[in-house]
Design a protein around this ligand. Structure first.
Ligand SMILES: [Zn+2]
Length: 360
C-alpha cells in the first residue's frame, strides 16, 4: 500500500509541479493591470470614413461595452494603474477622442455622457485659437470640461513631429502650453502625438515638458511594460469599427513585451531586423502570429523569450505598423487575445546623424 502510494505520488509529482507553475504563471498575468484605450475622431460624418464612426456603429460600441462586463474608466486612472499607483477592474476601457471636431460635441459626447462613460478629448491648440469652423471653440471646450470631459494635449500645429527638428518640437510644445494656459488656465497632464508619430526624441521631449503620459495610434492593449510616453490606442473608424472587430479588441490583453529592437520608431534600416523580448513566457507562445502593414506574415521565430521578426520586404514609406496577436489559453482569460502593436516611420534618409537633425 505504502509502495503504491509512493508510486502514485511520484507519478503525480511532475503534474503537481506543472500545475503549480502554471497557476503561478496565470495568477501573475492576472495581477497585472491592463486596459484597452479606444481612439475616435469624428462622429456621424460619413463623408470622411477614414476618421469617422457612424452613429449606428457608435451606438453598437456603447451597447457592447455595457453588456460585455467592461468598465469605462478615466484615462488618468489607466496611467496611474500602469505606474502601480492604483488598481483597475478587469476589462478596463478608456475612451479618447482626438482633434475636437464639432461632431464630438453634437453626436459623440451626448451618447457617451448618457452612458456614463468618461472621455478624454485631445486638443491641438492652433486650430482652435484660429477659430477653424469644424473645430470646437474654446468656450465649447470649457463647457465640455465643466460637464466632465478631460482635456488632453495634442500639439499646437498638429505637425508630424518626426519631420520637425528638436527645436521646432520644443517650440510647438511651448506654444501649445501657452495656448492652454490662456484658454483653460492650466496645461493638461496627458499628451497624444499627432498621427501617433513619435521618435525617441519626441517621447523624451514630451516627458521633459512635464506630461505624465503620452499616446500613439498603434493597436494593442496597454500594460505596465509599455513605454508610458508611447502608449497604444486602438483607432476606430468606419472600417475598423465593425461589430465583430470591436468586440474582439475590447477584450484584448497586453502581450508581455518588455523590450523592442530597434527601439527607435523612426527606422534607419528598412526593412529592420526586429525582435521582441518577452518578460514571461506564455503556454502557447509558439502560436504567436505577427503581421506587417500589408497583412504579410513577419514569420516570428521564437527562442525562449526572444521573438525575431523578419520582414521579407521594406516597409512602405511613412507610418507603418506591425501587429502581433496570440489567443489566450489560460483559464482566467481563455478566448481573449493578447495584442501587441507598434508604429514606425519608414522612408526617411537618416544615415549618419541623429534622427532629428536630418529633418531641419
Ligand atoms: Zn489629431
Amino acid at each position: 500500500m505504502k509502495t503504491l502510494f509512493i508510486k502514485l505520488w511520484a507519478a503525480a509529482l511532475p503534474l503537481a509541479f506543472g500545475l503549480i507553475s502554471y497557476s503561478q504563471h496565470t495568477s501573475a498575468l492576472a495581477a497585472e493591470p491592463s486596459a484597452v484605450i479606444l481612439m475616435y475622431h469624428r462622429f456621424g460624418e460619413g463623408a470622411l470614413p477614414s476618421t469617422n464612426i457612424s452613429i449606428p456603429q457608435l451606438e453598437d460600441h456603447i451597447t457592447a461595452l455595457r453588456e460585455g462586463g467592461h468598465t469605462v474608466v478615466p484615462l488618468d486612472h489607466v496611467v496611474a494603474a500602469l505606474r502601480g499607483e492604483r488598481t483597475l477592474p478587469d476589462k478596463a476601457i478608456a475612451i479618447t477622442v482626438d482633434d475636437a471636431y464639432r461632431s464630438f460635441l453634437n453626436q459623440g459626447w451626448p451618447r457617451f455622457k448618457a452612458a456614463g462613460f468618461p472621455v478624454t478629448l485631445f486638443v491641438a491648440t492652433e486650430g482652435v485659437d484660429a477659430g477653424y469652423r469644424d473645430l470646437l471653440s474654446w468656450t465649447e471646450i470649457r463647457d465640455l470640461q465643466a460637464e466632465g470631459v478631460t482635456i488632453g494635449a495634442h500639439s499646437h500645429t498638429h505637425a508630424h513631429y518626426v519631420s520637425l527638428s528638436n527645436d521646432e518640437v520644443q517650440q510647438d510644445l511651448r506654444d501649445m502650453k501657452a495656448s492652454f494656459e490662456s484658454a483653460l488656465g492650466k496645461v493638461p497632464d496627458l499628451y497624444a502625438f499627432p498621427y501617433g508619430e513619435a521618435g525617441l526624441a519626441d517621447t523624451a521631449a514630451v516627458r521633459d515638458a512635464g506630461f505624465t503620459a503620452a499616446f500613439g495610434q498603434h493597436s494593442g492593449a496597454a500594460g505596465p511594460l509599455n513605454d508610458p510616453f508611447y502608449l497604444p490606442r486602438f483607432a476606430l473608424n468606419e472600417s475598423f469599427g465593425n461589430a465583430g472587430r470591436f468586440r474582439l479588441i475590447i477584450n484584448t490583453l497586453p502581450l508581455p513585451v518588455a523590450d523592442i529592437s530597434p527601439p527607435e520608431p523612426v527606422l534607419v534600416d528598412n526593412p529592420p531586423a526586429m525582435s521582441l523580448t518577452l518578460a514571461e513566457s506564455l503556454p502557447n507562445i509558439s502560436d504567436l502570429t505577427c503581421f506587417g502593414p500589408r497583412g504579410q506574415s513577419l514569420a516570428p521565430a521564437i527562442d525562449g523569450g526572444q521573438v525575431r521578426l523578419t520582414p521579407s520586404e521594406p516597409f512602405p514609406a511613412g507610418r507603418t505598423r506591425i501587429n502581433c496577436t496570440l489567443r489566450s489559453v489560460v483559464p482566467e482569460s481563455e478566448g481573449r487575445w493578447h495584442w501587441f502593436g507598434w508604429q514606425m516611420i519608414a522612408g526617411f534618409k537618416t544615415e549618419g546623424a541623429p534622427v532629428h537633425s536630418r529633418f531641419q
